[in-house]
Design a protein around this ligand. Sequence first.
Ligand code: AMP
Ligand code: ZN
Length: 717
Amino acid sequence: MYSSEQTRHLQDLSKSLLLRAAQSSLAEKELVPLRQVLVFHEYRYYILNDPLITDPEYDSLYKWLEKLESAHPASITPDSPTQRVAKGLTKNFPAVHHLVPMLSLENSYNADDLMDWDRKARELTGLAGIEYCVEPKFDGASISLIYENDLLVRGATRGDGVEGDDITSNIKQIRSVPLSAAFSGYGIEQVEIRGEVLINKENFKKFNARLAEQQLPPLANPRNAASGSLHMKDPVEVSRRNLEAFLYHISYYSNAEGLDISRGETAGTDKAHAAKSKKTPVTHSDSLNMLWNLGFRSPQKEKKLFRNIQEVIDYCLDFESRRDQLPYEIDGMVIKVNDFALQDKMGMTTHHPRWAIAFKFKARQATSKLIKVEFQVGRTGSITPVAKIEPVPIGGVTVGSVSLFNEDVVRSKDLKLGDSVLVERAGDVIPYIVKSLPDLRTGKEKKIVFPTHCPACGDELVRTEDEAVLRCININCPAQVVERIIHFVSKDAMDIRSFGAANVMKFYELGFLKDVPGIYSLPFDQIATLEGFGEKSIDNLRTAIEASKKQPLHRVIFALGIRYVGETTAKTLAKAVGYLPDFKDFSEEQLLALEDIGPKVAGSILQFFENPDNRKMLAKLEALGVNLRSTRSDKTATGNLTGLSFLFTGTLHELKRSDAEELVEKNGGKIMSGVSSKLSYLVVGEDAGSKLEKAKKIPAIKILTEKEFLRFIGSAT
Ligand code: AMP
Ligand code: ZN
């Protein structure tokens, strides 16, 4: 898409615009170059996944564009990066006709199926061998896009294949979908292209973590998350979900002479083929290259051409074996006849084209039986139903226990004890029950009865009106105490390594540990008599506990496990207070004035500090030496290094490597594992080797000595 010369030019242009932005000397005439470099950097980030500037740098240029555009509204272009942001809510998604119906794919499940298909394809065409293009089958939601005169004018869901929903405003939130693309360079005026919208695994996890923080049930899998997102009324929320799109098919285009050319799925296009301009692709593989060159994320690198079906099969199986390592979910591969003329000759059925077939990977679903439901007590007293099922292997793991989240989920899925159920486990997603299979019922199934009293302490459970969750409100409930301690020592909280859930439970059962402060007065002499606790492991535990006393305040706040207070809120709170117990004097207004704190969160914080038991616990912790005061790192916890990445090489003298890395992370920076153009700073110690050589070749990377790094950190914190 961009030649290396263009890349260098745009990078230089960015740097000079950034400099002028810092001096506030940008003016109307910079509108065009600003847009140009922002589109370029979006491409580097969202398509190549290889940014050349930092997020704050991008943001600063973007803000300038917004500022200049609002001063000169007449000069706003429809494909300006600012035009992705839709204002207000979408009222409805009108039905629209696809230019060419979106068909399904024929499925195959094993090597034999593919050999049969290849044989039929050769018979049908009378050819001895056919060239196939093989690419991943993306597991998301299909979309169709229309560009006219190089501008994105419509985005639609698949719907029933003939008509879909117009979701243009949501499609514009997907940054890997260009708002404009130079189809005119190929003589194309109007074009319809197809693809798949997905959420990558990492963003899906983050999204579910956010839901968990709000005590909402997680979304089942990335596919549901993607398709659900496309129908949301609030485009801002859509944008937060970080959707991505792969585009893999051109279904229709018309050229400047007004000729309509349907690709692949309608008959009688010979004439059209003849009329095509020289540059338009004549094979599927070329069309993927064309889309890639126009700035789309097509499976250009993932696709591969073969003439031999055995090689096709091997490639499919190879992808299947690497499935879990891919950043996004795929549920198979698609094999397509590469030559368009041949595709047209083969035609299609009413259901699917004859020139393509899907090779489906082994299902990560299995049927099992729901044996019983256990009720677990969480750290905030929430009662979670957990289904015990007959153990079944799914995707290489045996699943015997599946969370059901809450009563609403159980009822909406119509689950009964003794039911046959369909269980799914996708990649690193936690297993879940897709549905019950009521047709297999014998009549002996029983209703799942929720307890009225806590299974751990026997207290009566409550259910507040706005919640789907049952709760034990006895704060001395043993199950909750154990969960609270487990949370307190966990990695993202006080990070007391070598403690762990198993030790917490063991110490609790033996009466060595009764509450959170008890962590700091463990009877080590008694622990030493336990099996598996040698001198060394006790030493490690003691050192880790001692070290945790100095954790920054935001970790302490997060560790307390106050409802609705996740890591981000904990950081906000640590910045707002000098001494933790002072929160008892905070008013609701004061809390609401803080970033991202709403009434629900504020209420929960007030409640926590009003409770005399909690205040006593804080006093105990402090008496035992735990830090309750904010430190410098709390003030900068979200970080002056946000958006910057670091890598250390060679021997450092002033700092240990691990301490240096921690310093970076504490200040919001990222540690990279290797040299790439994503790296902002390489810090070189003595005897730096190949990393330094490699970094010198990438102009975007700045190289610092250890001294310079320390000065840099000092001024940043
Ligand atoms: P199915 O829904 O099982 O009939 O499979 C057909 C669907 O697979 C299409 O409608 C597309 O949404 C989707 N799909 C995902 N990746 C591809 C791809 N590379 N080529 C064609 N279709 C794909
Ligand atoms: Zn209880």
